[in-house]
Ligand binder design. Sequence first.
Ligand code: TRP
Length: 373
Amino acid sequence: MAGKDFKVTPWEVSGEVDYDRIIKDFGIQKIDEVLLNRIKKYTKDIHYTLRRKIFFAHRDFNLLLDKYEKGEKFFLYTGRAPSGMVHLGHLVPWMFTKWLQDKFNCDLWFQFPDEEKFLFKEKLTLEDTEKYLKENMLDVIALGFDPKKTKFLIDTLHAKLLYKQAVRVAKKITFSTVKATFGFGGETNIGAIFYTAMQAVPAFLPSVLTGRNIPCLVPLGFDQDPHFRISRDVIVKLGYYNPAIIHCRFMPSLQGPGKMSASIVESGIYTTDDPKTVEMKIKKHAFSGGQPTIEEHRKKGGNPDIDSCYQILNYLEPDDKKVTKIYNDYKSGKLLTGKLKEITIEFINKFLKEHQKKREQARKLVDKYIYKD
Ligand code: TRP
């Protein structure tokens, strides 16, 4: 879909996204206080991404909780199509997923569709996606998911298991539907047309494997919603529960409004960036909401809402007090752009030092996470 100044497909998000418009056009529900309080009954605290409306919308979360109340445990499902290195923005929904796993003590099925970006990006080879798959798995493991409760599905490796279910989905989705949903046409390759079926499978695979219906919750970047908009009905027709969905916003790119894209190098900070690179990227590329001169900034104050450094902190620093103080000080003009950049560089480098340590330790653990059929 496209708005006046933005465009959203599962393969491209550009411009400044109007999230209210998204809620209306996608037909999804806003996460309101009533739902947050309901979640809190089970989790005791509320993750900062929920508090800050970074996770902002859902489909059928209430129904999932109805089932949970009746004693039906759910599993989590999310994924990552390897197409490049992981950047900070990617980690946000995954960290939330890890919180859900801990709070609800549930299984997570994590799909790595290593054919997806090969099919959708002209230049990407299967050797590239394989290389990125290996790298991307390390970032997911580094976040600390429970190895006993987390199962990685890799499309080309688990093809036998997935394909058999994917054809059941594919048979119930017409070309007209995907054409209308994704804007496909005569030039679209047939792999891309089939792909949605592969992404649908993990949402009901555990039910297939156990022979009983298990509810599913899918945390995702909101651009992935169309895949499920199409396949949810089909999953129900096949006799399984409709998966619940919870939608995450995108961390804005360094250059200001717009998604942090993995394919434009300057637009993001990779999890493997060293401290010098982080410093350079923030100093050189981070879009500032500050005023052109210090005098003016002190007088009029800055605009944290469009400031990339503030946004990075908002998406990654769990401490509300710290983030609110920075917001207020920047807005009032007390905090200058140079200082905010310094704070952000220090924050990211500390965060990445820890992440990179765990990322290295993850190398020995990969095999534990890959699903064994
Ligand atoms: N298509 C997603 C991507 O481009 C990967 C993915 C697969 C996914 N299954 C998912 C994302 C389920 C969210 C939920 O990265």
